[in-house]
Design a protein. Sequence first.
Length: 173
Amino acid sequence: MVSGDLELTSPWFSNEWWLVQQGEDLAQIRRHGRLYVSDIRLVDGTEWLLEPFGPGVVRAVERDGGEFARIVRRSWTGRRWDLTSQQFGYELVSDPRPRRWFISLAGAPAAEISGSLVSYNTVDVTASIGVPLVAVLLAWHVIARPWEAAAEPRGLVPSRTPRDQRLEGGFSI
C-alpha cells in the first residue's frame, strides 16, 4: 500500500521510469511500447509484468506467471476503468480537467493522478488513503502513454516463448 505523495518520472523519449516517494525509489519500470508491456522491479527485488490480455484488459502478472490484478476498460473512450484483484476493487475515472485522473473507492477519490500540461513524463500521485501499489501502476500503464493504447492492435496479445530474450534477469517477453 502507498499513501501520500508519489512521483513517476521518465526522461523525454525514454522507456525507463522510476516511482519515487520522498526522494526514495520504490520501483523501476521499463516500458516496451511496441509490445504494450511494462516490466516492474520493486526495491525489494519483487518483479511484476503488466501486459495486455485481450481488448481493453491489462493484467499484472507475478514472476511465476500468476495474474494477481487487472484493469479493464469500461468505456470505449477509455475514460473509465475497473481496477480489480482478489484483495481490492477500485475505479479509475478521468477528471474533466485535462491530464487528471482519480482512483476511486465507492465513488469517493482515494488517489489523484496528474500529468503536466505538456506530457506524462512526470506523473504526480497523491493518495489520501492507502492504495495498493499495483493499482497505481496499472492506472499509470493505461494513461501515461495514450498513443500506445490507441495504436494497440486489438486482439493481439504478446506471448512469451523460450527463445525470447530475458531483460536484465527479468521477465522474458
